[in-house]
Design a protein around this ligand. Structure first.
Ligand code: ADP
Ligand code: MG
Length: 236
């Protein structure tokens, strides 16, 4: 579904991505796992079209999108700190992507209400973002990303700012949500436990290089090298 071929990105003298090639299977929930600074966000932003690569190619659904602008890549994006529109209700926040696409109001209304049920925010459509908890806000962000019915969801440490209990809850819930909607999803995380728990595929990045890709059991039982072994081995 998503194919990255030989992606390279330099920030000045620093090579943030160093020849990354990655296949993300259709309908998978793939974790992009690696220590801080390993290039996870850079790779995710390149897939979204928010960064240009120095070399390499990105395909989504068999189409070369390397030179396609972000808004035409069919992607839903969720960041760690969700920039909600504070003066807009939950319903208008979630429906925003649809309203700028000129979808009819009643259609927006019913789709948003359906999505809010799906993410466990049913009945909260008239609240403002400040009246939601951190966890509820990230659920709203996911609903907003899903509203445009994206082919691909890209989540960059979406639960990183939440406390451990809420994070664990949302992790389970994301797994459940993914089983319902089957959108091809990449979850960026530096948290080994989160990746092993939630994802059906894991790609391990280190210093801008892809160390290993596989399912959680493969990685855990057969780490490709000492970095992967050490990194996964530090799970308590
Ligand atoms: P991760 O998400 O894995 O923590 P990033 O992809 O954000 O890593 O960053 C990888 C490296 O690239 C880091 O060393 C970071 O400082 C550097 N970097 C990221 N974005 C920029 C930027 N806009 N300008 C310069 N350096 C950057
Ligand atoms: Mg990052």
């Amino acid at each position: 579904m998503i194919t990255v071929t030989d992606a390279t990105k330099d920030w000045g003298d620093f090579r943030a991505l160093d020849g990354v090639s990655l296949d993300v299977p259709s309908g998978s929930l793939t974790a992009l796992l690696g220590p801080s600074g390993s290039g996870k966000s850079t790779l995710l932003r390149a897939i979204a079209g928010l960064e240009t690569l120095d070399s390499g190619r990105i395909e989504i659904g068999g189409v070369d999108v390397t030179d396609v602008p972000p808004q035409r890549r069919g992607i839903g994006f969720v960041f760690q700190h969700y920039a909600a529109f504070r003066h807009m209700t939950v319903r208008d926040n979630v429906g925003f992507g649809l309203s700028i696409r000129k979808v009819a109001k009643p259609t927006i209304h019913s789709r948003v209400d359906e999505l809010l049920e799906l993410v466990g925010l049913g009945g909260l459509q008239d609240r403002y973002p400040a009246q939601l908890s951190g966890g509820q806000r990230q659920r709203m962000a996911l609903a907003r990303a899903l509203a445009i019915q994206p082919e691909v969801m890209l989540l960059d440490e979406p639960f990183g700012a939440l406390d451990a209990k809420v994070r664990a809850e949302l992790r389970d819930w994301l797994r459940h949500l993914h089983d319902e909607v089957h959108v091809t999803t990449i979850l960026v995380t530096h948290d080994q436990e989160e990746a092993l728990d939630v994802a059906d595929h894991i790609a391990v990045l280190n210093h801008g290089r892809l160390e290993q890709v596989g399912n959680p059991t493969d990685l855990y039982d057969h780490p490709a090298n000492s970095f992967v072994m050490g990194f996964l081995g530090s799970v308590s």
